[in-house]
Design a protein around this ligand. Structure first.
Ligand SMILES: NC(=O)c1ccc[n+]([C@@H]2O[C@H](COP(=O)([O-])OP(=O)(O)OC[C@H]3O[C@@H](n4cnc5c(N)ncnc54)[C@H](OP(=O)(O)O)[C@@H]3O)[C@@H](O)[C@H]2O)c1
Length: 247
């Protein structure tokens, strides 16, 4: 059984991806930060339908905790799957901040940096010894790196950095046959940044060729497909999952 580790798997895109991966027969490790109950509900849903999942606490902004997380993960893999490695890392955890450039504080900038670029970099570095050769790293970036959207400059900039880092991961990990790709959702109906109100959703839907905003499940099936062997020759790419947003 292949195993996927999903950061931020307690809600939104991460939770939907956990469910979809389990439905396709993968073992799932999902992490949560502030919502253990939500994470346990995702685990329970997967277990009830015959899948295997475990939830673990991880704050991706706290790189000092990554070594201990590595050790806890190693133990969980052994206990749950009798493995010492896992196959797929999905760097998904994140949050939104809507502030025009003129009002962003240094603290807000640094906090976003820690979650969206520094965290994925050093978490991946820490977990590399646990990722099986032939595995796959997927980084969750954003269509806001392509379409300049007022109010999300630091967020979009760090997502852009993560997109570049993805290509470097593919380059340096190629000798271990580890692929690295990023996926860039457009607007998706989650609780990110407080969620969508009706007016904003109508605007975003009108800017999307397929005429609606995305659902977490639209992203989840694409990621599960990217992890599968059908996508084995897709590497070092950024794939927009946006239904044709502002084209
Ligand atoms: N929704 C969109 O329109 C959209 C578009 C493009 C990209 N994205 C990206 O997609 C990813 C998932 O977002 P979402 O829309 O699914 O948002 P969401 O529903 O708000 O879920 C965010 C998830 O990230 C976790 N998280 C947040 N901060 C964390 C931290 N410091 N350490 C560890 N986990 C943390 C949360 O965990 P807890 O709840 O346990 O704290 C939660 O599981 C993010 O990277 C986001 O930037 C979203």
């Amino acid at each position: 059984m292949n195993i996927v580790l999903i950061t931020g798997g307690s809600r939104g895109i991460g939770a939907a991806t956990a469910v979809e991966c389990a439905r396709r027969g993968l073992g799932v490790v999902l992490t949560y930060n502030n919502n253990p109950a939500a994470a346990e509900a995702v685990v329970a849903g997967i277990t009830e339908t015959g899948g295997t999942a475990v939830a673990m606490k991880l704050d991706v902004s706290d790189s000092a905790s990554f070594s201990a997380f590595h050790d806890s993960l190693h133990t969980a893999l052994q206990i749950t799957w009798d493995r010492t490695t896992f196959d797929y890392l999905f760097n998904n955890a994140g949050y939104g901040l809507y502030h025009p450039i003129g009002t962003v504080t240094e603290q807000q900038f640094d906090d976003l940096f820690k979650v969206h670029l520094r965290g994925p970099f050093f978490l991946t570095q820490t977990l590399l010894p646990l990722i099986a050769d032939g595995g796959h790293i997927v980084n969750l970036v954003s269509a806001t790196s392509r379409v300049a959207t007022a109010g999300v400059a630091p967020y979009a900039s760090f997502k852009g950095g993560l997109e570049v880092l993805t290509r470097y991961l593919a380059k340096e990990l190629g000798p271990r046959r580890i692929r690295a790709n990023s996926v860039a959702p457009g607007p998706i109906r989650t609780e990110l940044g407080g969620g969508l109100n009706d007016e904003f959703e109508t605007l975003l839907a009108s800017q999307t060729a397929l005429g609606r905003v995305g659902e977490p499940e639209d992203v989840a099936v694409a990621i599960a497909g990217l992890l599968s062997d059908d996508s084995r020759w897709i590497n070092a790419q950024s794939i927009e999952l946006a239904g044709g947003y502002i084209i």
